[in-house]
Design a protein around this ligand. Structure first.
Ligand code: FUL
Length: 655
């Protein structure tokens, strides 16, 4: 770092100012790009006739009458996205099938000919207004390829396309982003011709003229495509930016010349070009489900909050934007599974950034008052001065020396460094190891917020079972299990040895399997008694049901001789008002039902702890979740009784 370095942190005690203003280096963002950068997270809404035909790409011959959502609610959709932390939304106003979600004057193939809202509906209006009401930016996706339009492939169509863009940019308030995909030309209905129409991607659309129109009508809107001009496609539909991911890029055509939508060397877009001549940051699009449109069969395949968080680190955390598609269903609502995942993802984000632990800073060093566990570091360059840093190292002070714990290259608009295990330290520093111009760091902050679960814990208790010839029991469960283990052990004294794995992880969390596998590789058991666990709010009931057989598979594989018994999860009562059932109990009941069905099909006996305590509010502790000593005794008595039935009469000698 040189004397020209400027460093600002959110909690900067006294950020040193540069003696002179830095000179911008290389390509720098335009005003509209600078305005766009902080949004970081945008949601995508793929919604059209495909939602009703179960297709991903409509042919263009769909009857507009099939578009008829039964309970469309734009405010509910936007509220769901906001709960996930999204501040911007892009709607597929027209996808490749050509069906327009607004009453356009350019074609009959629109919502005007749908029964929905008596032909007076306008999805673009309702979504844009709901977004406006809730402070969310609104953007549009207008597919250039149109498999319905009879003129597609001829010069007239380009005029029609531009007119559609014009209608959308003039009738629906302020637009933050205009999104052009690169899928262009091929088979289609084309007004009944039903043929293949191939266009010249370089010349057909005359993109510069369309972009001029957008600039004139909505000067603040950024334009997205494979080739920018403002925001580039990251080159994959997985939502993952390269590492590094430079904000500068020179789109080139696959056969030479300049890149255009549908004909750009997009493999280079994943990392961008260091020292590229244009500021053109990456946007990482991905769907929360396998497909872009809603399909019933994908309801159980919604990405989990952990997967979303991982994508966040691999997109936003590398300086790109995450554009996450959450497709409305046939009701015109986001599906419950998608909503649950979004909500939990939003909570994780909030929790993660809640605790900024930097107490004081001396330019490139953060010092904490006491040794502090750090989970996450965020760096930002002042991008108005260009992308200057080529590489950096993060170091902590240990054993009287600076020790490197992370090395990276691009910083740019944002670089997140999540630490798998927290680093407990009282001093960290950022060292710029190479820079094309003196670094201008805008943010260097450390967060203590836990990256994974809010309260993650694992409590394993393994008595030394191998020395004894008693039957071995493993209890797997949550804090309720943790509480009754001791009593179960006392009840079974001389009859069995009891071990325990209790954790905050839900059985819906695939990471639980690792923990179980670790124990089963260490020790063998004759009986495994496991319960639901009431953790894992972030997992939907369907995800839970989909993950549970995975646990059974691990148990069967690693403990093939063990007898299994599943225990239902106990109810939750209202905190400090234990006479009342807490609404959370509804979800517990649902999970219990799902699990019981699976166990019955697999002939696994059930220990119904839920029924044993549900009428006994007097068993509950004041927190509504745990049990008082009487409750713990009652649970332990039942568990012990059930276990005794499964204990082998005679134990075989152990190897
Ligand atoms: C692509 C399209 O072909 C997909 O259907 C989807 O809309 C995706 C976001 O863009 O080009």
């Amino acid at each position: 770092m040189t004397r020209r370095t400027l460093l600002k942190t959110p909690l900067a005690a006294a950020a040193p100012l540069p003696p002179t203003a830095p000179t911008p280096y290389g390509a720098v963002p335009s005003a509209r790009q600078l305005r766009w950068h902080p949004w970081e997270l945008s949601a995508f809404l793929h919604f059209t006739v495909n939602t009703f035909t179960d297709r991903e790409w409509g042919l263009g011959d769909e009857d507009p009458a099939i578009f008829n959502p039964t309970a469309f609610d734009a405010d509910a959709i936007i509220a769901g996205l906001r709960a996930g932390g999204f501040q911007a939304v892009i709607l597929t106003c027209k996808h490749h099938d050509g069906f327009c979600l607004w009453p356009t004057r350019t074609t009959e193939h629109s919502i005007r000919n749908s029964p929905w809202r008596g032909g007076k509906g306008d999805v673009v209006r309702e979504i844009s207004e709901a977004a406006g009401r809730q402070g969310v930016q609104f953007g549009i996706y207008v597919s250039p390829w149109d498999r319905n339009n009879p003129h597609y492939g001829r010069p007239e169509y380009v005029g029609i396309y531009r007119e559609q863009v014009r209608e959308l940019l003039t009738g629906y308030g302020s637009i933050f982003e205009v999104w052009h995909d690169g899928a262009n030309g091929g088979d289609g209905y084309y007004g009944g011709a039903r043929e293949k129409r191939i266009i010249d991607k370089q010349t057909y659309y005359q993109w510069p003229a369309t972009w001029d129109l957008i600039r004139r009508l909505q000067p603040d809107a950024v334009i997205f495509s494979d080739a920018g001009p403002d925001v580039r496609w990251v080159g994959n539909e997985k939502g993952i930016a390269g590492d590094p991911c430079w904000a500068t890029f020179d789109p080139a055509g696959t056969h030479g010349g300049a890149g255009v939508p549908g004909d750009t060397k997009t493999d280079e877009a994943t990392t961008g070009h260091r020292h590229g001549s244009r500021w053109m940051p990456a946007e990482c699009d991905v769907s929360i489900r396998p497909g872009w449109f809603w399909h019933e069969r994908e309801n159980a395949l919604v990405k989990s909050p952990d997967e979303l968080l991982d994508l966040y680190f691999k997109s936003v955390g590398r300086g790109g934007h995450l554009l996450l598609n959450v497709p409305p269903d046939r009701r015109g609502l986001l599906h419950e599974n998608d909503l649950a995942s979004l909500r939990a993802f939003g909570q994780r984000l909030q929790g993660m950034f809640r605790e900024n632990v930097a107490a004081s800073n001396t330019a490139t060093t953060l010092e904490f008052k006491q040794p502090t566990p750090i989970q996450l570091i965020r760096l930002r360059e002042d991008i108005s001065q260009g992308q200057r840093v080529d590489s950096f190292a993060l170091e902590h002070w240990k054993d009287n020396a600076w020790q490197t714990f992370f090395e990276g290259s691009s910083i740019g608009p944002c670089r997140l460094v999540p630490l798998a295990a927290s680093l407990v330290t009282d001093k960290i520093r950022l060292r710029i190891t190479a820079a094309s111009a003196p670094a201008v760091i805008e943010e260097f902050s450390a967060f203590a917020g836990v990256v994974r679960e809010n309260t993650e814990w694992l409590d394993v208790w393994l008595p030394d079972t191998n020395r004894h010839n008693l039957p071995r029991v493993l209890l797997i469960g949550d804090s309720i299990t943790r509480a009754y283990t001791k009593q179960v052990e006392a009840n079974l004294k001389g009859k069995a040895y009891v071990a325990r794995l209790a954790t905050s992880k839900s059985l819906g969390d695939p990471a639980l399997l690792d923990q179980v596998a670790l124990i089963l590789k260490e020790q063998s058991f004759d009986v495994i008694h496991f319960n639901n666990g009431m953790h894992g709010d972030g997992y939907t009931e369907e995800q839970y049901g989909a993950a549970l057989p995975g646990l059974l598979d691990v148990l069967r594989r690693l403990a093939p001789r063990a007898k299994l018994m599943w225990a239902s999860t106990t109810d939750v009562r209202v905190k400090n008002n234990i006479a009342q059932i807490d609404p959370k109990t509804d979800r517990i009941i649902q999970r219990n039902q799902i699990a019981a069905g699976i166990m019955t099909r697999r002939n696994i006996p059930i220990d119904d702890l839920f029924s044993a305590v549900k009428e006994h509010s007097d068993y509950h502790a004041g927190d509504g979740v745990h049990f008082n000593p009487r409750g713990v005794d009652a649970l332990a008595a039942q568990v012990s009784r059930e276990l005794e039935r499964l204990l082998p009469d005679k134990t075989e000698p152990r190897p």
